[in-house]
Write a protein that binds this ligand. Structure first.
Ligand SMILES: *Cc1c(COP(=O)(O)O)cnc(C)c1O
Length: 357
């Protein structure tokens, strides 16, 4: 016959994820750490990788790495699970807690992967939009109401804190109230917690329904390697184990992540520099005509600017790639700039000043 049947109905209207990654002098679009790992760390990584047997399957659970992460967080191995980037664990969340007849509570605008995963797993989605005129803060009252009571349909929710791409972190008191108000699984996505200095780790013991997601991709300069992890109750971790791909974290990635994690103190100076550059960028952006930066607890600044799409293009023409959200629902007219090196940040601010004048 030569032809092919249609794929699953749920794929209709879905678009493949497109990070809109284009080559540029200043890559300021993907919230990566602008500094690659140091030469010294790279040598340690090379030595570790050289010892990895390539003909053998990796440890499916990455137990050596799990132990390091567990110890650093004052937890046991069975409270940690490592994945192929945080993204795999987000998909596993939808596989394990979503599905036909089940419901995910989303708070858009937020990381688009959450909603895509819900659709791919035939999970119903309830949206409680963030408050656009309050810097995209969570509509706390509406969320608490949606999850409360025995009639609540919500099976799980994911809250990015700080929220990508808007910037605010979720208030601890709210997250605590949410965890107490529901038995739905609450995943707090701490992909950027190193920049907000806030973690829900202290609330793990008292809340079986709390899962914390973290990644090596942002503060730890390891986006190219694909390692993330969750912290949670052992029973919850066990459910995740049932849906995960057995060998998703390859042996080379495990070896690299171990070296990075053991040497994570080295990244502290860079993290502090990013936080102070973020504040400098926000205050300069505030002084530009027509530009409105949103407050950020992370390593980027979202800002609105007239003719955002055209501004994006003109920045790109001078070698600066930022992320274009100008046509994204709820984010119309905005761009997101990742904090880069001081030189990149200067180049960006200088170019934007010339464009908006
Ligand atoms: C980057 C990011 C992640 C995880 O990314 P990985 O590279 O897959 O670890 C998770 N959540 C949010 C909100 C992110 O921005």
């Amino acid at each position: 016959m030569g032809s092919v049947r249609r794929p699953a109905r749920k794929l209709e209207g879905l678009k493949p994820y497109d990070p809109k990654y284009l080559p540029a002098d200043a890559m300021m679009s993907a919230n990566e750490n602008p500094q690659d790992v140091s030469d010294e760390l790279r040598r340690k990584i090379e030595a570790a990788v050289r010892r990895v047997p390539l003909n053998r399957y990796p440890d499916p659970l990455a137990n050596d790495l799990r132990d390091l992460i567990a110890e650093a967080n004052g937890l046991d191995r069975d409270q940690v699970l490592v994945g192929n980037g945080g993204d795999e664990l987000l998909f596993d969340t939808a596989l394990a807690w979503g599905g036909p007849g089940r419901t995910f509570l989303n708070m858009p605008p937020t990381f688009s992967v959450y909603e895509t995963n819900a659709r791919l797993t035939d999970t119903d989605v309830i949206d409680i939009p963030r408050l656009a005129d309050e810097d995209f803060a969570i509509d706390e009252e509406a969320v608490l109401q949606a999850v409360s009571g025995p009639d609540s349909q919500v099976d799980f929710t994911i809250i990015a804190s700080p929220n990508n791409p808007t910037g605010l972190r979720a208030p601890t008191e709210f997250l605590q109230a949410l965890l107490q108000a529901t038995d739905a699984l609450v995943v707090v996505d701490e992909a950027y917690f190193e920049f907000s200095r806030m973690t829900m780790r202290p609330y793990l013991e008292a809340n079986e329904n709390l899962v914390i997601l973290r990644t090596f991709s942002k503060a730890f300069s390891l986006a190219g390697v694909r390692v993330g992890y969750i912290l949670g109750h052992p029973d919850v971790i066990r459910e995740y184990m049932k849906v995960r791909q057995p060998y998703s974290v390859d042996a080379v990635s495990q070896a690299i992540a171990r070296v990075i994690f053991e040497n994570r103190a080295e990244f502290e100076t860079g993290i502090e520099a990013i936080i102070s550059e973020r504040e400098r960028m926000a205050s300069t952006l505030r002084s530009l005509p027509g530009v409105h930066p949103y407050p950020s607890h992370s390593n980027w600044v979202l800002f609105s600017v007239p003719q955002a799409k055209e501004v994006w293009q003109r920045l790109y023409e001078v070698g600066i790639l930022v992320r274009d959200f100008s046509a994204a629902p709820g984010l119309e007219g905005t761009l997101r700039v990742t904090v880069g090196t001081p030189e990149q940040n200067d180049a960006f601010l200088h170019a934007l000043r010339r464009i908006v004048r």
